[in-house]
Design a protein around this ligand. Structure first.
Ligand code: PLP
Length: 379
C-alpha cells in the first residue's frame, strides 16, 4: 500500500544522525560525541512551575496560539533580549522548534517554489521542503568559511526563490553569521517576494556577539523567526518552541498550527514562563569551557576547523584523509571507538560534527580516541 501514499512523503529518509548514533551504541564502550541536546537537567524552578500548573488543574485546552500570559512573556523577553518588536498576537507557541519550522515552511511554500538552504545545514529543512513539494537549492558555504557572500547568493537566487533559511548559530558548524553575511541576504531580498526564515534556536548559546537577521525591521513583513525552549533551558523533552512573524502572516499560519496540533500542552506553558526568567549564564559558561577545550584539542591534532562561536558543535574537515565522511565516521566508531556525525548528514561532504553536550571527561575521552585513531591513520 505504501505506493499509494503521498509521493513527497515517500522521498523522506530517516535521519543519518540517529543511524550513526545507533551504530556507535552497538560498539561496547564507544566514546559518543554525537548527540545534539543539553546534558543538563531542566532547572528545578521550571519543573516546579509545571507541577504547580498541574496541581492548579491546568489540564484543559489552551488557546490555539498559546496562553496569552506566555505569549506576552515571550514578547517582553524578545524585546529586552533581542530588540524585537513582536506583539503577543504575532507569536504562536509550538511543539518545539520542529513544529514551528514545519508550520512556517509548509505554510509559505507552494509546489515548485525554490528554497535556498545554506549548507552545512540541519537536515530537517530538506525533509519539510520536500514534504511541501518545493525544491531545495543548496548554497555551499564551506569555501567562504561558512559565511554567505553576495556573489554566492546571487548565483542561486531565481524568480522562483520563495524562501531563504538562515540558522545562526549554526548546527553543525557552531559558526555565527557575520553582519556582512546578513547584509548580503538583506540586500538580495529587500523589495522581493521572498520570505526569510530565521532558525534562531541557538541564539542564547553564544560565546561572542551574534548579529540577528530579525533585527532588520525594514523587512519585518518577510521575516519569520523560530525559537525553542529545548536548547537554552535544557528542555528538549518538553517539546516547546515558538514562531514569530508579521501579524497577517502569523494569523494565517495559526490555522495550520491549529489543524496539526490544536495547541501545545497547557501545563507546560507555565513552565515556559518560568524558563524565560531563568539565568542560563552558568550553562553557557560550561559550554564555553568545553568549546575552548575541544577547539584546543582539534587544532592541536591539525584538523582544520572554524572556531565555534555558538551552539555546542565543532565541525572539523577530514577530507585530507582520502575517505568519505561516512567511511571516516564508520571507521572511527569501529576501529577508534569514538563517534561523531558525518558531514553528509548536513549536506557537507568531507567534515565530521562532534558535539560537546557531554561532561568534560567524556569529551576528553572522545578526543583521546580521535587522536589515537588519526595517529594510526597517518602512520
Ligand atoms: N533547529 C535546529 C538548528 C536544531 O539543531 C534543532 C534540534 O537539534 C531544532 C531546530 C529543533 O529543536 P526543537 O527541539 O525545539 O524541536
Amino acid at each position: 500500500m505504501t505506493e499509494l501514499m503521498n509521493k513527497n512523503l515517500l522521498q523522506l529518509k530517516p535521519s543519518g544522525i540517529r543511524r550513526f548514533t545507533a551504530l556507535a551504541k552497538s560498539v561496547p564502550d564507544c566514546a559518543m560525541l554525537t548527540i545534539g541536546e543539553p546534558d543538563f537537567s531542566t532547572p528545578a524552578p521550571i519543573k516546579d512551575a509545571c507541577k504547580a500548573a498541574l496541581d492548579a488543574d491546568k489540564t484543559h485546552y489552551p488557546p490555539n496560539t498559546g496562553e496569552p500570559a506566555l505569549r506576552a512573556a515571550i514578547a517582553e523577553f524578545e524585546a529586552a533580549q533581542n530588540g524585537l518588536d513582536y506583539t503577543a498576537d504575532e507569536i504562536i507557541v509550538t511543539s518545539g522548534a520542529t513544529e514551528a519550522l514545519y508550520t512556517a515552511i509548509t505554510g509559505v511554500l507552494n509546489p515548485g517554489d525554490e528554497v535556498i538552504i545554506p549548507t552545512p545545514a540541519f537536515g530537517l529543512y530538506e525533509s519539510i521542503v520536500t514534504m511541501a513539494g518545493a525544491v531545495c537549492v543548496f548554497l555551499g558555504t564551506a569555501p567562504d568559511g561558512f559565511q554567505i557572500t553576495p556573489q554566492a547568493l546571487s548565483a542561486v537566487m531565481t524568480a522562483r526563490t520563495k524562501l531563504i533559511i538562515l540558522n545562526s548559530p549554526n548546527n553543525p558548524t557552531g559558526s555565527v553569521c557575520t553582519q556582512e553575511s546578513l547584509q548580503a541576504v538583506h540586500d538580495a531580498v529587500a523589495g522581493k517576494p521572498v520570505f526569510i526564515l530565521c532558525d534562531d534556536v541557538y541564539a542564547r548559546l553564544v560565546y561572542a556577539p551574534c548579529p540577528m537577521f530579525a533585527r532588520y525591521r525594514d523587512l519585518r513583513s518577510q521575516i519569520l523567526v523560530v525559537q525553542s525552549f529545548s536548547k537554552p533551558y535544557a528542555m528538549t523533552g518538553w517539546r516547546m518552541g515558538y514562531l514569530m512573524g508579521d501579524e497577517p502572516v502569523i494569523r494565517q499560519l495559526a490555522l495550520l498550527h491549529a489543524a496539526a496540533v490544536v495547541s501545545v500542552a497547557a501545563f507546560s506553558q507555565d513552565a515556559c514562563i518560568q524558563a524565560l526568567k531563568t539565568d542560563i549564564t552558568p550553562m553557557v559558561e560550561t559550554y564555553r569551557r568545553r568549546r575552548d577545550y575541544i577547539w584546543d584539542r582539534i587544532t592541536a591534532m591539525g584538523l582544520p576547523a572554524v572556531r565555534p562561536e555558538g551552539a555546542f558543535y565543532i565541525f572539523p574537515r577530514i577530507s585530507q584523509f582520502g575517505m568519505s565522511s561516512e567511511e571516516f565516521c564508520t571507521r572511527l566508531i569501529t576501529e577508534g571507538k569514538a563517534a561523531g556525525v558525518p558531514g553528509t548528514c548536513f549536506g557537507a561532504e568531507g567534515y565530521v560534527r562532534f558535539s560537546f553536550c557531554y561532561e568534560m571527561p567524556a569529551i576528553a575521552r572522545g578526543m583521546d580516541r580521535l587522536e589515537a585513531f588519526l595517529n594510526r591513520l597517518q602512520r
